[in-house]
Design a protein around this ligand. Structure first.
Ligand code: ZN
Ligand code: FE
Length: 255
């Protein structure tokens, strides 16, 4: 049976999401920004929390873990490299490990850059990937603990997922990301289409995620650092993609 998801807002601009396996009844929260909205989503769906899958150690992804674990006795899965910074960890995982939520299975993909141990969970059977603060709709996370080169390699791993993979990221930053992306690729038609779509979604109070890898490849400048026209457009024709990425990321930091 296909997985079901429930997406909702937490804190100021975080997303919370529940992943539910209808066959076994298992339900995972992907990250736990805060307990209240996650408990509200559990109440609305009638699902019982069995797991929390953590992408990275930042407080806006882990602040709700302890309260949820105390209440639901759920299992906490976290990146091995950051387990000492995350409360209540039961299982640590690395690149290539598999994590199950009932009958659903995720591959763990290490995506360092935003933090040095950041991971993503790819549920290939359900064409879903939970990418935390590595890839955003039309954007990418700030490089806080790693290097831009590291972040570029992490983004390439996510870009390599099948085009129809649905991406759930950690924040609603899409409108601001599009404003910046237009400074890199002012004539990108796919980006213009995403701008119109995003404005409509936000006007209706709808989330702008999930997005697919295929859509992001066409419009997200951070996934396009190896497109010759993108490099040329910012005066970096012929430069290494990781250098082009580094420049785009630096411009976004100042934007
Ligand atoms: Zn973060
Ligand atoms: Fe975050």
């Amino acid at each position: 049976m296909p997985a079901e998801t429930r997406l909702f807002r937490c804190l100021s601009d975080n997303y919370g999401v529940l992943l539910h396996d209808p066959e076994s009844g298992a339900t995972a929260a992907i990250d736990a920004p805060e307990a209240g909205p996650i408990e509200a989503a559990l109440k609305e769906t009638g699902w019982k929390l069995t797991d929390i899958l953590v992408t990275h150690h930042h407080a806006d992804h882990t602040g709700g873990i302890q309260a949820l674990k105390d209440k639901y006795k759920c299992r906490v899965v976290a990146p091995a490299a950051e387990a000492d910074k995350i409360p209540g960890v039961d299982l640590t995982v690395r690149e290539g490990d598999k994590v199950t939520v009932g009958k659903l299975t995720a591959n763990v993909i290490e995506t360092p850059g935003h933090t040095s141990g950041h991971i993503a969970y790819w549920f290939h059977g359900d064409k879903l990937a939970f990418v935390g603060d590595t890839l955003f709709a039309i954007g990418c996370g700030r490089v806080i603990e790693g290097t831009p080169g590291m972040m570029w390699r992490s983004l390439l791993k996510l870009r390599d997922l099948p085009d129809d993979t649905k991406i759930y990221c950690g924040h609603e930053y899409t409108a601001a990301n599009i404003k910046f992306a237009k400074t890199i690729e002012p004539d990108n038609k796919a980006l213009a289409a995403r701008e119109a779509q995003t404005a409509q979604q936000l006007a209706k109070g709808e989330p702008t995620i999930p997005v697919t890898i295929g859509e992001e490849k066409l419009a997200n400048p951070f996934l396009r650092a190896d497109v010759p026209e993108v490099a040329a457009g910012i005066g970096m024709a012929g430069k290494e993609p990781s250098q082009v990425f580094t420049e785009i990321r630096a411009r976004k930091n100042k934007f």
